[in-house]
Design a protein around this ligand. Structure first.
Ligand code: C2E
Ligand code: MG
Ligand code: MG
Length: 458
């Protein structure tokens, strides 16, 4: 018998999973909607959100469960871990495609394969929680062997990320005691997926209007001198009941509801105004830059160039002090109008940055398409530095490519001194990460900027 492998940090992983308080909880309309979307997008009868616990996998949401599970498992919504495909996804934190389970020695013996359910095809993508550890997998199953195209696997991976974001929202709700509200997440009564998105977007709309959005700032530092070259603006929601919420807890709702447009406009104006003020009031901060994240949806708005122009005018910030950050995923399905808007924004003197470089599946084509001034190397490459010659080569190649195209390189997610040294050796000049400072509120950053210990300059 082949045993299901364990995650290398299994103890921590289990602790992280349990902190979500979702095991053995009821159905969740929004998660349910995501499994239905996965099944439909991949053209399979079954899709499941499987949370891999110590000895079992628990199905938090499912579409077509009865098609692939026996009566008992259907009733208890769980199966033994040893009999699970998803345990393999969790152990490696990588997507897994099994075209024909009957011909795969790891799975051919599983009751789900040999028994009446006759599962033959499996594909799963890891659900990575806030601690960076796999909680489970979003998976699809079918009774006939089949192959999966790369684009379809990417859809599954994206949906798994959406599952992780929703689970994070649930965790925050649970922490704030909101899980006790009947019908909020359980799909009963008025709680359909669409209804829930609507409710949450109403709350967000009210929050935006009430000025509950705040901007935190994380320094972008010259790795050799330690000087602060600029700051990145990162939005937070000061929720009256739930406390300070990270973007992952509300940006998906903002994107889905279109509220990302007024939200993004507010962040842009707040950030430009704050940084212009620091530049004016603190002589040492006279050259400070600011980078603001924008979503593809914002860039598709017909008045986006005016929004940027207005933010600069209102704040008095010179265009050369502003960088607009765009992620590959946010720009994935936007039209040609975005290319035109970006060129007009660039013509104002604003710089463009490609965020999370290397993580999307179209990184290279976006380099070509947007011709960014700055490339931000995603933190997963920084975290992998020194792990193997292959990982180092990958980081080196991304850095070289960006540099040779004339882009400034910023490394993200620097947490350790060794990473500073390794990145400097690879020719990276700028970086940000907890090693230097986590993102902090404006007051705290203002104090840091006034402190003689903070070295400023470009
Ligand atoms: P991003 O633009 O790539 O921002 C970097 C993220 O990495 C931030 O997460 C930051 O807190 C986190 N980070 C910084 N240093 C470290 C480190 O050393 N280790 C680790 N593990 N993480 C680090 P945050 O603030 O949760 O933001 C997440 C994402 O949300 C951002 O990723 C950005 O894509 C998006 N976002 C944030 N603010 C806005 C906004 O105003 N508009 C839009 N459209 N998106 C935003
Ligand atoms: Mg960013
Ligand atoms: Mg990033």
């Amino acid at each position: 018998m082949v045993h299901a492998p364990r995650h290398p940090r299994e103890g921590e992983r289990l602790a992280s999973l349990r902190s979500y308080q979702v095991l053995d909880t009821g159905a969740d309309a929004a998660l349910q909607a995501l499994t239905a979307a996965a099944a439909q997008a991949l053209g399979v009868p079954t899709a499941l959100v499987s949370l891999v616990d110590e000895h079992r996998q628990f199905f938090k949401a499912a579409t077509g469960l009865e098609a692939v599970l026996g009566e008992e498992a259907h009733r208890t919504r769980q199966t033994p871990r040893e009999e699970s495909f998803c345990a393999h996804v969790v152990a490696t934190e990588q997507p897994l495609v099994v075209p024909d389970a009957g011909a795969d020695a790891r799975f051919a013996h599983l009751p789900m394969v040999t028994g009446p359910q006759q599962v033959r095809f499996y594909a799963g993508a890891p659900i990575i929680g806030r601690d960076g550890l796999a909680l489970g997998a979003l998976c699809v199953k079918d009774r006939t062997p089949r192959r999966l195209e790369a684009a379809a696997l990417q859809v599954l991976t994206d949906l798994a990320a959406a599952v992780a974001e929703l689970l994070e929202l649930r965790r925050l709700d649970a922490a704030a005691g909101l899980h006790a509200v009947p019908g909020l997440h359980d799909g009963s009564g008025a709680g359909s997926g669409a209804r829930q998105v609507l409710d949450e977007s109403h709350r967000l709309r009210a929050g935006i209007d009430a000025g509950e959005l705040v901007v935190h700032y994380q320094p972008v530092v010259d790795l050799l001198s330690g000087r602060w070259q600029g700051v990145e603006a990162l939005v937070r929601w000061e929720h009256p009941q739930r406390g300070l919420l990270p973007p992952a807890a509300f940006l998906p709702i903002a994107e889905a509801s279109g509220l990302i447009v007024p939200l993004g406009r507010q962040v842009l104006t707040l950030a430009c105004t704050q940084v212009a003020l620091w530049r004016e009031q603190l002589s040492a901060a006279a050259q400070l830059h600011v980078a603001v994240n924008v979503s593809g949806r914002q860039l598709s708005e017909p008045d986006v160039v005016e929004v940027v122009t207005d933010a600069l005018l209102i704040s008095g910030l010179p265009a050369s002090a502003l960088t607009i950050e765009l992620t590959e995923t946010s720009a994935a399905d936007v039209g040609a109008e975005v290319d035109i808007a970006l060129q007009r924004i660039r013509a104002l003197g604003v710089r463009l940055a490609l965020d999370d470089f290397g993580t999307g599946y179209a990184s290279f084509s976006y380099l070509q398409r947007f011709q960014p001034d700055v490339v931000k190397i995603d933190r997963c490459f920084v975290a992998a530095l020194g792990r193997s010659p292959r990982d180092d080569l990958l980081a080196q190649t991304l850095i070289d490519l960006g540099s040779r195209l004339g882009c400034a390189i910023v490394a993200e997610g620097i947490e350790e001194r060794e990473q500073v040294a390794a990145l400097s050796a690879l020719g990276v000049r700028l970086g940000q990460g907890y090693f230097f400072s986590a993102p902090r509120g404006a007051t705290e950053v203002g104090h840091r900027l006034s402190s003689p210990e903070t070295v400023l300059g470009s």
